[in-house]
Design a protein around this ligand. Structure first.
Ligand code: SAH
Ligand code: SF4
Length: 384
């Protein structure tokens, strides 16, 4: 027997309150004053209190903030939220890698991956966009149609959710499981620099999550005009998705190369603020069988990087449903690495992690692409 639901009188969901987790310290002070929920002369002190609760203790309930007066808490709670976005799916790989599918808003889903034993203790791979506009031919994320920038709150939320799951609140100073952050999830971070920079200010703050900027790496496919701003604003470590040593091949693999060819990219990297032997650029190079993995290409790579303080990260290609490439043979990868090593470059081969749950590099893609933009707009309108 069919049942028809009458939805015409269903209550409209409440408007989404702005989330305080995405505000920088300065933004938090200004927002509290503008909303008239604290006295202007007390705003800085109140913001400092809130900051510690939100980013050091990880609380999601204003009532936990016991050193803030009850009326003030109520006034703030009326206007703002600290709620985490919904975790739609949580998967744990055989190798301990964890992946969360997070719903930021109706139809807006991203994946975040925690990889143990990477960096000092464990790295969180965060997304900066839903999908990606850049269509690199070997990348699953690039095939996702729906794209929007994530807000700073949505980027910070990925770290908060990982910390919830790893039970790392209050923020430990030592023996952390989550020690590094890499912007290597979905999206091109330099197309969303304002929000990425704010999120880094929040994540790196010493009285909060306190992950130092030297342990935060931003990976880009080569948006040359934004490189200097990235360094100046974030002091983050830089990673470049190079993948090819000549323009014709890189044009094919990373189509953005047609706009910013290799020579321009290398010049931009050499000018990256703060570059030194202690702060090297990481070059990522995905190993594609018969495409970019010959000894001649390894030697070309050495030539290209001359004079740049660099590390090279060889990434075995991770296949995904429908991909047209194969991963290089292990022997070819080792031979490639040996040439780089002989030239003095540390060039670790990145062991694929979490492949069984499609959590490895370039395998991320959310279900949200199945929803058309028109459907999403309808859903968003319904939620307003
Ligand atoms: N958009 C940014 C950051 C996200 S991609 C960038 O391109 O740098 C993170 C890394 O994974 C990049 O180096 C990317 O080239 C690599 N990658 C993408 N697809 C991959 C795949 N299928 N196998 C292995 N690495 C892949
Ligand atoms: Fe986008 Fe990076 Fe994937 Fe290229 S490799 S499509 S830039 S996410």
């Amino acid at each position: 027997m069919g049942v028809t639901l009458d939805l015409t009188r269903a209550p409209k969901s409440a408007p989404v309150k702005p989330n305080l987790s995405g505000l920088t310290r300065k933004g938090l002070v200004e927002t509290l004053i503008a909303a008239d929920v604290v006295r202007a002369d007390k705003a800085k002190m109140r913001a400092n209190q809130l900051w510690r609760w939100i980013h050091h203790y990880g609380v999601t309930d204003f009532d936990a903030m016991t050193d803030v007066a009850k009326e003030t808490r109520a006034a703030i709670a009326e206007r703002f939220s600290l709620a985490r976005p919904e975790v739609v799916e949580r998967q744990v790989s055989r190798d301990g890698t964890r992946k969360w599918l997070i719903r930021m808003a109706p139809g807006i889903e991203v994946e975040t991956v925690y990889i143990p034993d990477v960096g000092r203790a464990g790295a969180l791979c965060v997304s900066s966009q839903v999908g990606c506009t850049l269509n690199c031919t070997f990348c699953h994320t690039g095939t996702q149609a729906l794209v929007r920038n994530l807000t700073a709150a949505e980027i910070v939320a990925q770290v908060q959710i990982a910390r919830d799951d790893l039970e790392e609140w209050p923020s430990p100073k030592e023996d952390r499981r989550l020690s590094n952050i890499v912007f290597m999830g979905m999206g091109e971070p330099l197309y969303n620099l304002d929000n990425v920079a704010d999120a880094i200010d929040i994540i790196a703050d010493n009285e909060g999550i306190a992950i130092s900027r030297r342990r935060i790496t931003v990976s880009t496919s080569g948006v040359v005009p934004e490189l200097e701003a990235l360094g100046a604003r974030t002091q983050a470590m830089l990673a470049i998705s190079l993948h090819a040593t000549n323009d014709p091949l890189r044009n094919e693999l990373v189509p953005l190369n047609k706009k910013y060819p290799i020579a321009e990219l290398m010049a931009g990297i050499r000018a990256y603020p703060g570059l030194s032997n202690a702060r090297r650029v990481t070059f990522e190079y995905v190993m594609l069988k018969g495409v970019n993995d010959s000894p001649a290409e390894a030697r070309a790579l050495v030539n290209l990087l001359k004079g740049i303080p660099a590390k090279i990260n060889l990434i075995p290609f991770n296949p995904w449903p429908g991909s047209n490439y194969q991963c290089s043979d292990w022997g070819a990868i080792e031979a490639f690495a040996a040439i780089l090593n002989r030239a003095g470059y540390a060039s670790p081969i990145r062991t694929p992690r979490g492949r069984d749950i499609l959590a490895a590099c370039g395998q991320l893609k959310s279900e949200s692409e199945k929803m058309r933009a028109s459907e999403r707009r309808k859903l968003e309108a319904a939620a307003e």
